[in-house]
Design a protein around this ligand. Structure first.
Ligand SMILES: [Fe+2]
Ligand SMILES: [Fe+2]
Length: 169
């Protein structure tokens, strides 16, 4: 593994850690029926995941096609579709004045559909480590570009991301 790949894996792991922690806090907020806390965590998660999903989809996932093939990589986009749909529903739930038992059950289940993508996605760095330094650098460049643009998950989905389950070139 090169130094650059090592650097990428560290950055990638830290980003997933931040999302993991915020999702667990979100779970707790819903369990405690705090709409305010839940919305606070959702906005934070949307800010973190907007640029993250974007550089994954625009650069990293396509670069993994030669490794995994299109079927698996397509599934990664479909996982994002699911996470985005869940995030939208969670925002609607947290936007209410109060949460019913059914709301809490639904919200907890939705957060739990997102959590596995965080750990699954983190494992992809094991394969990124086998890419050329030029490919790893282009992922890091895409990351810088997406962080600079700083578009949150839902705005990115509405305004930039072209269609659900983007076909893999
Ligand atoms: Fe990820
Ligand atoms: Fe992802």
């Amino acid at each position: 593994m090169t130094l650059l790949a090592d650097r990428f894996s560290t950055i990638f792991r830290d980003e997933h850690r931040a999302v993991r922690d915020a999702l667990l806090e979100l779970l707790e907020a819903f369990e405690q029926r705090s709409c305010e806390q839940a919305m606070d965590r959702l906005l934070y998660i949307a800010a973190l995941t907007g640029p993250h999903f974007r550089y994954e989809e625009e650069t990293m996932y396509p670069s993994l096609v030669p490794t995994f093939g299109t079927d698996y990589v397509r599934r990664l986009y479909v996982d994002h579709d699911g996470a985005i749909a869940s995030a939208k529903r969670l925002v609607a739930l947290a936007g209410q004045d109060e949460l019913s038992d059914a709301d809490v059950t639904e919200a907890v289940a939705l957060v739990r559909t997102i959590l596995p993508h965080v750990s699954d996605c983190d494992g992809l760095s094991l394969m990124v480590e086998r890419l050329s330094d030029a490919d790893v650098q282009s992922i890091l460049d895409a990351r810088d570009r997406c962080n600079e643009a700083g578009i949150d998950l839902l705005s990115w989905d509405e305004k930039v991301r072209k269609e659900p389950s983007l076909p893999v070139a």
